[in-house]
Design a protein around this ligand. Sequence first.
Ligand SMILES: Nc1ncnc2c1ncn2[C@@H]1O[C@H](COP(=O)(O)OP(=O)(O)OP(=O)(O)O)[C@@H](O)[C@H]1O
Length: 266
Amino acid sequence: MDQVTSQDSEELPRREEPALRLEGLHKVFADNVAVDDVDLVVPQGSFFGLVGPNGAGKTTALSMAVGLLRPDKGRSEVFGVDVWSDPVQAKSLMGVLPDGLAMPERLTGRELLTFIGQLRGIADDVVAQRTQELLNVMELNDAERTLVVDYSTGMRKKIGLATALLHGPRLLVLDEPFEAVDPVSAAALKAILVRFVASGGSVVLSSHVMALVEQLCDTVAVMAKGKVVAAGPLDEVRGDRTLEETFVRLVDVEAGNREGLSWLAS
Ligand SMILES: Nc1ncnc2c1ncn2[C@@H]1O[C@H](COP(=O)(O)OP(=O)(O)OP(=O)(O)O)[C@@H](O)[C@H]1O
């Protein structure tokens, strides 16, 4: 299936550049430092998992990385292309599934993909073929006449991922792509992403599901309180523990208020 083989972005990425490089990314909301001088390197061809507790800054960091939220400081480069000074080229190289993706709601899935394909300047016949394949793979064919506004949360994730794949990007940046997706659809999505990476693509995803990150990702970063507290190959980061044990140890939640809520047990 050609739309997930990462072959047709306009510019070939420079061989030596990482798929994504974040340098000193920083964002403050009022007096809350959401992302605190984050540096990250996502090597080409890697399946990269970004994990962290609620409020760690994952969505904020990924939003700045892909050009959706302007950083207070720092840089983001996709295959060496600066996301903020050369957004058109950078965005041709990546497909993005943001948190809370806003989409034209009063279109069917097919109409939405056709519209996005036209916006991206893809030939009509190619858009039609890829749209059909994506609707098949995402199992959205049965909802042929359903408007996006009436989609379930999981269906929205799937059509959002389809829009991210449509132009054959070389890097996918996915914020919680499996949230609210049923196990059958999740297996299909995983297979698509594995094939995408096997064909030379690179994936960055955030997730709270450690088992899924361990199963899919070869490289991980753990964020806590706006900072990257560990990053590198999965086996190096987790050592002889599971990723979940490592995660809990790193974000120091063992000492949480487990003694509280005594009234619940009374
Ligand atoms: N638009 C905003 N305005 C004000 N504060 C924000 C905004 N977006 C995020 N924050 C704050 O920034 C911090 C990081 O939030 P962010 O959504 O990036 O975390 P996260 O790691 O993605 O969390 P989760 O796993 O719960 O989705 C939080 O304290 C959050 O309240």
